[in-house]
Design a protein around this ligand. Structure first.
Ligand code: HEM
Length: 128
């Protein structure tokens, strides 16, 4: 199996991942809570992952900030992030193997864990 080396690889990875996300128990965050426009969201995610894995483009979005409005409508809890991460890891493993594939999993794990913490704090502070 090959490693993640091209922008096409990233597109395949991201498309496959969100196909399973949409069908999973966290799909409603995208479909109902945020009512995501997939034609806009997917290309944004290609750039995000390309910036993280190849460092040859800049991501101009706001990866953490984008999640606070969603968290306000429906708390994003640790178990949601566990589902997100396990889908991400299994999608990577299903399609690729190598150093960059490993990095895709560990970077996602770090961000997911920080994001889960920030969302939990946000929920707690709003309840005060
Ligand atoms: C339970 C876990 C998660 C859920 C339910 C979730 C859901 C969402 C939703 C609904 C959006 C907004 C889409 C839109 O309206 O365009 C979004 C944006 C985004 N998410 Fe997540 N997300 C999760 C975890 C993560 C993680 C772990 C990462 C990074 C590794 C991530 C990266 C991003 C990025 C980069 C954006 C775009 C930010 C921008 O607009 O600048 N998400 N997410």
């Amino acid at each position: 199996m090959k490693d993640i080396t091209t922008t096409q690889d990233i597109q395949l990875l991201v498309n496959t991942f969100y196909e399973s996300v949409r069908e999973s128990e966290i799909g409603f965050f995208f479909e109902e809570i945020a009512q995501v426009n997939w034609e806009k969201h997917l290309p944004k995610m290609y750039i995000f992952w390309q910036a993280l894995l190849f460092a040859d483009v800049k991501f101009n979005g706001n990866p953490m900030g984008a999640h606070f409005p969603i968290n306000e409508k429906m708390a994003m809890e640790k178990h949601h992030f566990d589902t997100w991460l396990s889908l991400w890891k299994s999608t990577v493993d299903q399609l690729f193997s190598g150093e960059i594939a490993e990095s895709a999993k560990s970077k996602a794990e770090n961000i997911a864990s920080l994001m889960a913490y920030k969302m939990e704090m946000d929920t707690k502070l709003r309840k005060l």
